[in-house]
Write a protein that binds this ligand. Structure first.
Ligand SMILES: C[S@@+](CC[C@H](N)C(=O)[O-])C[C@H]1O[C@@H](n2cnc3c(N)ncnc32)[C@H](O)[C@@H]1O
Length: 249
């Protein structure tokens, strides 16, 4: 198995592939406050196994196209949506977020939790705007500094790993420059990282290593994830995912 196949295997049987929570998905949706009688067309981009897709499907009137690059995650989502009798509301699509087959002004809402970094925030908000109706909403979560300054170690780490990491005010400026109006902003709680993402991830390490006969590559992947968790625990007061809800003008 390649490193990518192993990473997918480590992550696919989980509620989520990144920090977040049902409560925060609903908080973002409440900021949009869609009228209950309006049938919405929603795209959930980089949906993973669909933690937030299921929450959206339970709480909106309409249909969600859930997109991810990896079919393994979408198979999990399809399984869950059938079990919960939500399959009529969720259509899954294997596609890259920089090459979407969507039409101009097709969607009422574009949702993306912890995934836009794959093409970069600036590029994503620009590209995806074409698919949104005028007056439609973008709801994205994105790595964000939550203090004005921070220790050099964490600043250097994230600048290297994701050069677009920035403060909320600079992200909001990017949204406004692309002709969106900010509707709301908040950042994810530490529980969304620790309880909802890192603890369940750590609980899967042992079985994952066993499945892959403790191979060198599997051990490296576990160690890389442990280093990411340690870094978060050390510097959790300095960064989070900011949740940005904006309306296309
Ligand atoms: C950190 S996970 C977040 C998943 C999910 N939204 C959540 O919050 O649990 C990022 C997701 O982006 C997907 N992804 C990565 N590159 C992608 C691409 N180019 N196009 C579409 N999805 C991509 C990954 O497969 C993964 O499911």
């Amino acid at each position: 198995m390649t490193a990518l196949e192993l990473i997918i295997d480590l992550h696919k049987n989980s509620e989520r592939q990144g920090p977040g929570s049902e409560k925060e998905t609903l908080k973002a949706l409440e900021l949009i406050n869609p009228p209950p009688d309006q049938k919405l067309k929603v795209a959930d981009i980089g949906c993973g196994s669909g933690g937030q897709t299921i929450t959206l499907a339970k709480n909106i009137n309409g249909q969600i196209i859930a997109v991810d690059l990896f079919p393994e995650f979408l198979e999990e989502l399809n399984k869950k949506s059938r079990e919960l009798e939500l399959a009529n509301k969720i259509i899954t699509l294997v596609k890259s977020m920089d090459d979407l087959p969507f039409g101009k002004e097709e969607f009422d809402i574009i949702w993306s939790e912890g995934a836009i970094y794959n093409i970069g925030f600036a590029s994503g908000i620009k590209k995806w705007k074409d698919y949104l109706k005028v007056g439609g909403y973008l709801a994205v979560s994105e790595l964000t500094w939550i203090t004005d300054s921070r220790p050099k170690e964490i600043e250097d780490f994230w600048k290297r790993e994701y050069p677009e990491v920035d403060t909320a005010s600079n992200k909001i400026k990017l949204l406004e420059d692309e002709d969106y109006s900010l509707v709301g902003y908040f950042y994810l709680t530490q529980d969304s990282w620790i309880e909802n993402y890192y603890k369940p991830l750590e609980a899967r390490f042992e079985a994952f290593l066993k499945r892959h006969e403790d191979s060198e590559l599997a051990r490296k992947i576990v160690n890389d994830h442990k280093a990411e968790i340690d870094l978060y625990l050390k510097y959790k007061d300095y960064y989070s995912y900011g949740f940005y809800i904006a309306q296309k003008n």
